[in-house]
Design a protein. Structure first.
Length: 212
Protein backbone atom coordinates (compact mmCIF):
# COMPACT_ATOMS: atom_id res chain seq x y z
CA UNK A 1 0.00 0.00 0.00
CA UNK A 2 1.12 3.57 -0.66
CA UNK A 3 1.15 5.82 2.41
CA UNK A 4 0.51 9.54 2.36
CA UNK A 5 3.22 11.86 3.76
CA UNK A 6 1.10 12.46 6.86
CA UNK A 7 0.60 8.73 7.44
CA UNK A 8 4.35 8.24 7.22
CA UNK A 9 4.81 11.03 9.77
CA UNK A 10 2.29 9.36 12.09
CA UNK A 11 4.17 6.06 11.91
CA UNK A 12 7.47 7.78 12.76
CA UNK A 13 5.87 9.58 15.71
CA UNK A 14 4.38 6.34 17.04
CA UNK A 15 7.71 4.52 16.58
CA UNK A 16 9.50 7.11 18.71
CA UNK A 17 6.80 7.55 21.35
CA UNK A 18 5.06 4.16 21.75
CA UNK A 19 2.53 4.09 23.29
CA UNK A 20 1.02 7.45 22.36
CA UNK A 21 -2.54 8.72 22.28
CA UNK A 22 -4.24 10.13 19.23
CA UNK A 23 -4.47 13.51 20.93
CA UNK A 24 -0.70 13.66 21.44
CA UNK A 25 -0.07 12.62 17.82
CA UNK A 26 -2.37 15.44 16.71
CA UNK A 27 -0.52 17.94 18.88
CA UNK A 28 2.84 16.93 17.40
CA UNK A 29 1.45 17.43 13.89
CA UNK A 30 -0.35 20.65 14.90
CA UNK A 31 -3.73 19.42 13.67
CA UNK A 32 -7.05 18.54 15.31
CA UNK A 33 -7.61 15.01 16.59
CA UNK A 34 -10.60 14.61 14.29
CA UNK A 35 -8.39 15.37 11.27
CA UNK A 36 -6.25 12.31 12.02
CA UNK A 37 -9.07 9.81 12.51
CA UNK A 38 -9.16 8.60 8.88
CA UNK A 39 -5.37 8.20 8.80
CA UNK A 40 -5.26 6.34 12.11
CA UNK A 41 -8.11 4.10 10.99
CA UNK A 42 -6.29 3.22 7.76
CA UNK A 43 -3.00 2.51 9.52
CA UNK A 44 -4.72 0.40 12.16
CA UNK A 45 -6.80 -1.63 9.70
CA UNK A 46 -3.70 -2.18 7.55
CA UNK A 47 -1.90 -3.62 10.56
CA UNK A 48 0.86 -1.01 10.65
CA UNK A 49 -0.36 0.34 13.99
CA UNK A 50 -2.08 -1.34 16.91
CA UNK A 51 -4.61 0.52 19.05
CA UNK A 52 -5.37 -0.26 22.69
CA UNK A 53 -8.23 1.46 24.52
CA UNK A 54 -7.15 3.98 27.17
CA UNK A 55 -3.50 3.31 26.32
CA UNK A 56 -2.88 4.57 22.82
CA UNK A 57 -1.22 3.53 19.60
CA UNK A 58 1.68 1.10 19.20
CA UNK A 59 3.89 0.48 16.18
CA UNK A 60 3.34 -3.11 15.00
CA UNK A 61 6.82 -3.43 13.50
CA UNK A 62 5.36 -4.48 10.16
CA UNK A 63 6.08 -2.83 6.82
CA UNK A 64 3.62 -2.69 3.89
CA UNK A 65 5.74 -5.35 2.14
CA UNK A 66 5.50 -7.64 5.15
CA UNK A 67 1.73 -7.23 5.18
CA UNK A 68 1.50 -8.14 1.50
CA UNK A 69 3.65 -11.23 2.15
CA UNK A 70 1.34 -12.24 5.00
CA UNK A 71 -1.71 -11.86 2.78
CA UNK A 72 -0.17 -14.05 0.06
CA UNK A 73 0.72 -16.72 2.61
CA UNK A 74 -2.81 -16.72 4.03
CA UNK A 75 -4.64 -16.62 0.68
CA UNK A 76 -5.75 -20.12 -0.34
CA UNK A 77 -5.53 -21.61 -3.82
CA UNK A 78 -9.24 -22.47 -3.55
CA UNK A 79 -10.05 -18.74 -3.47
CA UNK A 80 -8.21 -17.87 -6.70
CA UNK A 81 -8.20 -21.02 -8.85
CA UNK A 82 -9.57 -20.97 -12.39
CA UNK A 83 -11.83 -23.46 -14.13
CA UNK A 84 -9.73 -26.40 -15.39
CA UNK A 85 -9.53 -27.08 -19.11
CA UNK A 86 -9.53 -30.83 -19.64
CA UNK A 87 -9.82 -33.48 -22.32
CA UNK A 88 -10.50 -37.15 -21.71
CA UNK A 89 -7.80 -39.76 -22.08
CA UNK A 90 -9.42 -41.24 -25.19
CA UNK A 91 -9.16 -37.92 -27.09
CA UNK A 92 -6.89 -37.55 -30.09
CA UNK A 93 -4.02 -35.11 -30.44
CA UNK A 94 -6.19 -33.20 -32.91
CA UNK A 95 -8.96 -32.88 -30.29
CA UNK A 96 -6.40 -31.63 -27.76
CA UNK A 97 -5.05 -28.99 -30.15
CA UNK A 98 -8.57 -27.74 -30.87
CA UNK A 99 -9.33 -27.53 -27.12
CA UNK A 100 -6.03 -25.74 -26.46
CA UNK A 101 -6.73 -22.97 -28.95
CA UNK A 102 -10.49 -22.78 -28.34
CA UNK A 103 -9.97 -22.25 -24.61
CA UNK A 104 -6.80 -20.16 -25.12
CA UNK A 105 -4.70 -21.95 -22.50
CA UNK A 106 -1.15 -23.23 -22.42
CA UNK A 107 -1.78 -26.55 -20.69
CA UNK A 108 -4.53 -29.16 -20.85
CA UNK A 109 -5.17 -31.71 -18.13
CA UNK A 110 -6.00 -35.22 -19.24
CA UNK A 111 -8.68 -36.97 -17.22
CA UNK A 112 -10.71 -40.15 -17.08
CA UNK A 113 -14.45 -40.06 -17.73
CA UNK A 114 -15.01 -39.43 -14.00
CA UNK A 115 -12.59 -36.42 -13.95
CA UNK A 116 -9.63 -38.21 -12.36
CA UNK A 117 -6.26 -36.81 -13.40
CA UNK A 118 -4.06 -39.08 -15.52
CA UNK A 119 -1.82 -36.63 -17.34
CA UNK A 120 -1.11 -33.18 -18.75
CA UNK A 121 -0.11 -31.86 -22.15
CA UNK A 122 1.41 -28.50 -23.06
CA UNK A 123 1.58 -26.42 -26.23
CA UNK A 124 5.16 -27.57 -26.71
CA UNK A 125 4.12 -31.24 -26.49
CA UNK A 126 1.42 -30.77 -29.12
CA UNK A 127 3.63 -28.67 -31.37
CA UNK A 128 6.23 -31.44 -31.53
CA UNK A 129 3.59 -33.92 -32.68
CA UNK A 130 2.00 -31.47 -35.12
CA UNK A 131 5.35 -30.98 -36.86
CA UNK A 132 5.62 -34.72 -37.48
CA UNK A 133 4.17 -36.81 -40.27
CA UNK A 134 1.44 -38.69 -38.36
CA UNK A 135 -2.33 -38.31 -38.66
CA UNK A 136 -3.28 -36.14 -35.68
CA UNK A 137 -6.80 -37.57 -35.68
CA UNK A 138 -5.43 -41.07 -35.03
CA UNK A 139 -2.70 -40.33 -32.45
CA UNK A 140 -4.09 -40.66 -28.88
CA UNK A 141 -3.25 -37.77 -26.59
CA UNK A 142 -2.03 -40.38 -24.09
CA UNK A 143 1.01 -40.96 -26.31
CA UNK A 144 2.33 -37.42 -25.87
CA UNK A 145 1.07 -36.43 -22.41
CA UNK A 146 3.13 -36.21 -19.24
CA UNK A 147 1.84 -38.94 -16.96
CA UNK A 148 0.44 -38.47 -13.47
CA UNK A 149 3.59 -39.68 -11.68
CA UNK A 150 5.52 -36.73 -13.15
CA UNK A 151 2.89 -34.02 -12.67
CA UNK A 152 3.21 -31.41 -9.92
CA UNK A 153 -0.17 -30.77 -8.31
CA UNK A 154 -1.57 -28.41 -5.69
CA UNK A 155 -4.53 -28.71 -3.33
CA UNK A 156 -7.13 -26.05 -2.76
CA UNK A 157 -6.05 -25.70 0.88
CA UNK A 158 -2.45 -24.82 0.04
CA UNK A 159 -1.45 -21.17 0.08
CA UNK A 160 -0.97 -19.06 -3.02
CA UNK A 161 2.65 -18.62 -1.92
CA UNK A 162 3.24 -22.39 -1.88
CA UNK A 163 1.56 -22.80 -5.28
CA UNK A 164 3.58 -19.97 -6.83
CA UNK A 165 6.76 -21.50 -5.38
CA UNK A 166 5.94 -24.79 -7.11
CA UNK A 167 5.60 -22.98 -10.44
CA UNK A 168 9.04 -21.44 -9.98
CA UNK A 169 10.89 -24.45 -8.54
CA UNK A 170 9.54 -26.93 -11.08
CA UNK A 171 9.58 -24.46 -14.00
CA UNK A 172 6.03 -25.18 -15.12
CA UNK A 173 3.33 -22.84 -16.40
CA UNK A 174 0.31 -24.44 -14.73
CA UNK A 175 -0.66 -26.69 -11.84
CA UNK A 176 -3.81 -28.80 -11.63
CA UNK A 177 -5.74 -28.09 -8.44
CA UNK A 178 -6.81 -31.48 -7.14
CA UNK A 179 -8.59 -33.23 -4.32
CA UNK A 180 -8.01 -36.82 -3.25
CA UNK A 181 -11.11 -38.93 -3.81
CA UNK A 182 -9.61 -42.33 -2.96
CA UNK A 183 -6.37 -43.96 -2.00
CA UNK A 184 -5.39 -47.58 -2.31
CA UNK A 185 -2.22 -49.63 -2.49
CA UNK A 186 -1.98 -49.20 -6.25
CA UNK A 187 -2.45 -45.48 -6.81
CA UNK A 188 -3.98 -42.27 -5.52
CA UNK A 189 -7.09 -41.04 -7.33
CA UNK A 190 -7.06 -37.28 -7.83
CA UNK A 191 -10.05 -35.30 -9.07
CA UNK A 192 -9.26 -32.11 -11.00
CA UNK A 193 -11.18 -29.18 -9.49
CA UNK A 194 -9.28 -26.22 -10.93
CA UNK A 195 -6.07 -24.81 -12.31
CA UNK A 196 -3.42 -22.46 -10.94
CA UNK A 197 -1.18 -20.75 -13.48
CA UNK A 198 1.35 -17.97 -13.93
CA UNK A 199 -1.57 -15.86 -15.13
CA UNK A 200 -3.28 -16.48 -11.78
CA UNK A 201 -0.25 -15.04 -9.99
CA UNK A 202 -0.21 -11.97 -12.24
CA UNK A 203 -3.93 -11.41 -11.68
CA UNK A 204 -3.47 -11.53 -7.90
CA UNK A 205 -0.58 -9.07 -8.16
CA UNK A 206 -2.66 -6.65 -10.24
CA UNK A 207 -5.65 -6.89 -7.89
CA UNK A 208 -3.43 -6.16 -4.90
CA UNK A 209 -2.05 -3.15 -6.75
CA UNK A 210 -5.60 -1.92 -7.23
CA UNK A 211 -6.30 -2.39 -3.52
CA UNK A 212 -8.75 -5.26 -3.98
Amino acid sequence: MRLTPRQEQIIEIVKENTPITGEKIANKLNVRRATLRPDLAVLTMAGLLEARPRVGYFYSGKTPYMLIAEEIRHLKVMEVKSVPVVVTEDASVYDAIVALFTEDVGTLFIVTNDSCLVGAVSRKDLLKVALGQGDLHKIPVQVVMTRLANIITVSGEESVYDAASKLVVHEVDALPVVEVISEDSDREMLKVIGRFTKTTVVRIFVEMGEGR
